[in-house]
Design a protein around this ligand. Structure first.
Ligand code: 6GU
Length: 253
């Protein structure tokens, strides 16, 4: 998968993309991330990427020309019409559709994505109308720019690209894919400050352990995020257990 990112601050991406799964995925050529400074596509000697809003108002607005030209430069390297026409051009903005595991999964199916990091007070509307194919927000709060949102999106998408997580971990089991939150995890020592690890986990009985994991996931989801249970794949017995749980217990576990 190839990801092109248009930003005023390409340096912000250096650290996160140099560690962990990103570094491994880039080194193994499973993904390539190309950073483009929007200022490099300006033509005046001050490299002006933003300007005052028509009609007045506070803040600056990103100019359309450098953004159109950057995308056209990227597209000129694509030789297949089909890819050019289906390529997602995603604007990160608080006005976009709310990002989710479902959207991450959808985006992980593309071989190429372009991300535009919005900044200042806004972006010229013509970019939205005539260039962008999708707008995404990562949550109902305001960030000062789209960069951190782009990093969140790239992280969530890249780990779904086959091979990126390696063979041990599978994103299929992730919470928000299963609809259930993760069960509690323990490691050594078996007793720490008199707090013992649940006995079943030390039993070596794999069937009992799997049953406990499942139960704990359900209890935890019912306590913290009951609305997630609607999309979880639960047996009738499990549904009945939850009804009893939610009826009797209101404490968050
Ligand atoms: Cl994508 N951009 C900005 N500036 N703020 C946000 C956001 C994006 N998503 C949530 N808040």
């Amino acid at each position: 998968m190839r990801i092109d990112v248009l930003t005023l601050f390409p340096e912000m991406f250096q650290v996160p993309f140099s560690f962990g799964i990103f570094k491994r995925a880039i080194d193994h050529k499973l993904i390539s991330i190309n950073l483009h400074n929007i200022r490099d596509y300006t033509h005046d000697k001050h490299h002006t990427a933003d300007d005052y809003p028509y009609g007045g108002g506070s803040g600056m607005v990103l100019k359309p020309e450098p953004i159109f030209e950057a995308i056209e430069a990227i597209k000129s390297e694509i030789h297949f019409e089909e890819e050019k026409n289906t390529l997602p051009i995603i604007l990160l903005t608080p006005q976009g559709r709310l990002f989710s595991q479902q959207i991450a999964l959808e985006l992980s199916g593309y071989s190429h994505l372009i991300l535009i990091c919005g900044h200042y007070e806004g972006i010229d509307e013509r970019v939205r109308e005539h260039l962008v194919t999708d707008e995404i927000s990562i949550g109902d709060y305001v960030l000062s720019g789209g960069e951190l949102a782009a990093m969140v999106l790239v992280d969530a998408v890249v780990r779904l690209v086959p091979g990126v997580l390696g063979s041990a971990a599978s994103p299929i089991d992730d919470s928000h894919t299963t609809g259930l939150l993760e069960y509690p995890q323990y490691t050594r020592p078996p007793v720490y400050r008199e707090w013992a690890v649940p006995e079943v986990l030390l039993s070596g009985n794999h069937a009992q352990i799997a049953k406990w994991h499942r139960e704990q996931s359900i209890i935890r989801t019912a306590g913290r995020r009951p609305e997630l249970l609607n999309k979880a794949n639960l047996s009738l017995e499990e549904r009945q257990k939850i009804d009893r749980l939610l009826g009797k217990q209101s404490k968050v576990v």
